[in-house]
Design a protein around this ligand. Structure first.
Ligand code: TXD
Length: 310
């Protein structure tokens, strides 16, 4: 036990282990890495701990298969899941990962009733719904990571195109993960200047298209597995805003009822993240085109959620 905050990462695979790395190296707190595979989280945890004298971070890192070790976590990042295997339909994957996220969430919630849950497992918009239902936690305690990643990809491509620091680029995205993401160029800025004043509509559309297919581009290159550096960094940025009560405005999958007239689903919207978790959903006025795109994204989430039986 230490007086530090505690972050649990469920699933010690590519995203999970890398999230543990970012969290420890940023000294967000002690880290508990848990997986169903025996020995693996213990090995990765110890290996990461042994990097601490070199990198100079103070954090206890525990690898485990026992949920008792996750007790009293402040933030839990859930990355557990199966990737799609050959012959497996998208619906098969939804059913399998629903089972996994359900069992994981039940155990996490029992040991850490106050934790903020950040869901990463795919299909994201459905898994965050599962975690919310199963935990019984208030909506401010449960959220999903997708928008920070999608926005980061968009920011990267804009910075590459304009040959400027990524720090100058702020991107605004709404909606679901990947295909159904809704980028908002008029709220995307470079050093405060709206993107449409800097790039032609055609170039913006090309960058948007690359962003939408960003996950697939990495999968195509890696051949096995999917992106993990940026996804884990994104989840840890959300954790940091909560742990340090930074109140950053980040695009997350958050519960929206009256907000944007969604009617009780988890969708990607800008939220204020602080010690209270999702402290506020930020509503902005959308034009007709943006609203239509957002609505079809919401419809896609609804369709996915309807396939889930808990
Ligand atoms: O934007 C996003 N939200 C995403 C989502 C970006 C990247 C990856 N995204 C999804 O995260 C991906 O589609 C997967 O569903 C998860 C995790 O991806 P990762 O690349 O880390 O997958 P791995 O390396 O296969 O790791 C998954 C781990 C693996 O070690 C399993 O043993 C473990 O999950 N696993 C479990 N842990 C605990 N408990 C249970 N039941 C369990 N089942 C599997």
């Amino acid at each position: 036990m230490s007086g530090r905050k505690k972050i649990t990462v469920v699933g010690a695979g590519m995203v999970g282990a890398t999230a543990a790395h970012w969290a420890a190296s940023k000294e967000l707190g002690d880290v508990c890495l848990i997986d169903i595979v025996e020995g693996m989280p213990q090995g990765k945890g110890l290996d990461l701990m042994e990097a601490s004298p070199i990198e100079g971070f103070d954090a206890n890192i525990v690898g485990t298969n026992d949920y008792a070790d996750t007790k009293d976590s402040d933030v839990v990042i859930i990355t557990a899941g199966l990737p799609r295997k050959p012959g497996m339909s998208r619906d098969d994957l939804v059913a399998k990962n629903t089972e996994i996220v359900k069992s994981v969430t039940e155990q996490v919630a029992a040991y850490s009733p106050k934790a903020k849950l950040i869901i990463v497992s795919n299909p994201l918009d459905a898994m965050v719904y599962v975690a919310h239902k199963v935990s019984g936690f208030p909506t401010n305690q449960v959220m999903g990571m997708a928008g920070v990643l999608d926005a980061a990809r968009f920011r990267t491509f804009i910075a590459m195109e304009l040959k400027v620091s990524v720090k100058e680029v702020n991107a605004f995205v709404l909606g679901g993960h990947g295909d159904t993401m809704v980028p908002l160029p008029r709220f995307t800025t470079v050093a405060g200047v709206p993107l449409p004043e800097l790039l032609s509509a055609e170039r913006i559309e090309a960058l948007v298209d690359r962003t939408r297919k960003g996950g697939g581009e990495i999968v195509g290159l890696l051949k096995t597995g999917s992106a993990f550096f940026a996804p884990s960094a994104a989840a840890v940025q959300m954790a940091e805003s909560i742990i340090k009560d930074k109140k950053r405005i980040l695009p997350c999958a958050a519960y929206c009822d009256k907000e944007y007239s969604v009617g009780g689903y988890y969708v990607g919207v800008p939220v204020k993240l602080g010690a209270g978790g999702v402290e506020e959903v930020m509503e902005i006025n959308l034009n007709d085109d943006e609203r239509a795109q957002f609505q079809s994204s919401v419809d896609a989430v609804k369709e996915l959620v309807q396939k889930i039986s808990l």
